[in-house]
Design a protein around this ligand. Structure first.
Ligand SMILES: *[C@@H]1O[C@H](CO)[C@@H](O)[C@H](O)[C@H]1NC(C)=O
Length: 450
């Protein structure tokens, strides 16, 4: 009898099989669970680690938009002090955002629309929908996505022609070989041991080829979140020291090639709780300045991006002392004000953009280095060029809120312990996949409110 049932169910496997829920996992290497999705959802490939049940009709692959951001606390965090130059609220004349309309990522807009559809509370639903109108960066985390850039640029170009406005497309360049060297959640597709540097050049060349076709559309790029910051503080990690040359070569190549097609670039500079420590800030300024000179001081390198995918305040009402432990640069404004003169004195253009997409709520982390799906976070200050500082070109949203930082499944290949901590929201899907509960939390905790 038992045998008969087995035979029957193998003839009709669909009947016998359970289904994975909406936004649940439905595939990926070493995954052994259900591969069919519940009614109304389709199994969509994200990457080799993960497929996810998304609302039926959602096209395309998921965009990996995570970042790690380990914090290195120096032995004596109270030594040294910051010198804050005076700042004014006049934007710099060379600010690439001035006079431009920022293009809305259709990919993120579609994610937000789908996510909002499954929110039942009417107030929350309309707030959630409004997030689709806030510009966020699009992350190019795999070479397969580079052709999407051409689609967005063509779209922005035609919007520009029909409206008479000038358009700006925001991208994140994020595909270095041996990526995310100090963490596990966002390990990338290229490895140094397997032609990674050449592959990376091909990736950059493909972006450049698309950008070249649309000279009327301005492109602003954040270059390689975490990469150079890892070289400042994490060379004790073997994967980071092993990646040092490849990261420097890759970032130099990106600067030179993207400069040739007029892309305004901001190199990623970690955040206050990482490179803002007195022991880290001088080596950081030195590294940025040296690489910039090595690349030939490209004129479209505009400065640095801070707080990408992180949670720090721009100007905290008071230091979150339980995590900032005496760091004088306890928020992004203090960090930027301390870093700028160190860059300027070495000839590096000290202009900044700051990601405040998830910075709406403070006092939510157990440690400053906690970066993964932090509980209690809310959407933050909206993108604006009215930044209150002549050093800051624009407040931006780089991390698309709702896309996961990393899986909380401790048997997954890319599990990072930060994503299993008690201040990380769980259960969390793979990095870059849609994390519906997290999105709803960001909506409900938004500050200013949506
Ligand atoms: C966790 O990951 C393992 C390995 O991919 C998989 O077999 C398992 O089903 C996952 N568990 C959950 C709860 O998603």
């Amino acid at each position: 009898m038992f045998k008969a049932i087995v035979a029957f169910s193998s003839l009709f496997p669909f009947v016998a099989q359970a289904t994975a829920p909406l936004y649940g996992q439905c595939g990926g290497q070493t995954y052994t669970g259900d591969t069919n999705c519940a009614a109304g959802a389709t199994c969509v490939y994200s990457n080799s680690y993960y497929s996810q049940c998304l609302p039926a009709g959602t096209g395309g692959s998921s965009s990996l938009t995570t970042h790690s951001g380990s914090t290195s606390v120096p032995a004596n965090p109270t030594s040294g002090s910051s010198s804050a130059p005076s700042s004014t609220s006049t934007p710099d004349a060379g600010n690439p955002y001035n006079g431009y309309t920022v293009y809305l990522s259709p990919y993120y807009a579609a994610e937000v629309q789908q996510a909002s559809a499954s929110i039942t509370n009417v107030g929350s639903k309309s707030k959630a929908l409004s997030v689709g109108n806030i510009p966020t960066f699009t992350w190019f985390d795999v070479i397969a996505k580079t052709s999407d850039l051409g689609t967005y640029l063509a779209d922005a170009d035609s919007l520009s022609k029909s409206s008479g406005k000038k358009y700006l497309v925001q991208i994140v360049v994020y595909d270095l070989p041996d990526r995310d060297c100090a963490a596990l959640a966002s390990n990338g597709e290229f490895s140094i041991a397997n032609g990674g540097e050449a592959n990376y050049r091909m990736y950059i060349d493909r972006l450049v080829a698309q950008i070249k076709k649309y000279p009327n559309v301005r492109v602003v790029a954040v270059i390689e979140p975490d990469s150079l910051a890892n070289l400042v503080t994490n060379l004790n990690v073997a994967k980071c020291s092993g990646a040092q040359t490849a990261y420097k070569n890759g970032v130099t190549y990106a600067m030179q090639q993207l400069n040739a097609v007029g892309v305004y670039m901001y190199l990623d500079a970690g955040h206050a709780g990482w490179l803002g420590w007195p022991a880290n800030i001088d080596p950081a300024a030195q590294l940025f300045a040296t690489l910039y000179k090595t690349a030939g001081s490209p004129q479209f390198v505009r400065g640095l991006a801070t707080n990408v995918a992180n949670y720090n305040a721009l100007s905290a009402v008071s230091p979150d002392t339980s995590i900032t432990q005496g760091n004088p640069n306890y928020d992004e404004m203090h960090y930027i004000n301390a870093l700028a003169p160190k860059l300027q004195s070495q000839g590096f253009p000290a202009h900044f953009i700051v990601d405040l997409g998830r910075s709406g709520q403070q006092g939510i982390r157990q440690q400053w280095g906690d970066w993964c799906n932090v509980k209690g976070a809310g959407f933050g200050i909206r993108p604006t060029t009215n930044t209150g500082s002549s050093l800051i070109d624009s407040i931006v949203w780089v991390k698309p809120g709702g896309e996961c930082d990393g899986t909380s499944n401790n048997s997954a290949v890319r599990f990072d312990a930060h994503c299993g901590q008690s201040d990380a929201l769980q259960p969390a899907p793979e990095a870059g996949s849609w994390f519906q509960t997290y999105f709803e939390q960001l909506v409900n905790n938004a500050n200013p409110s949506l």
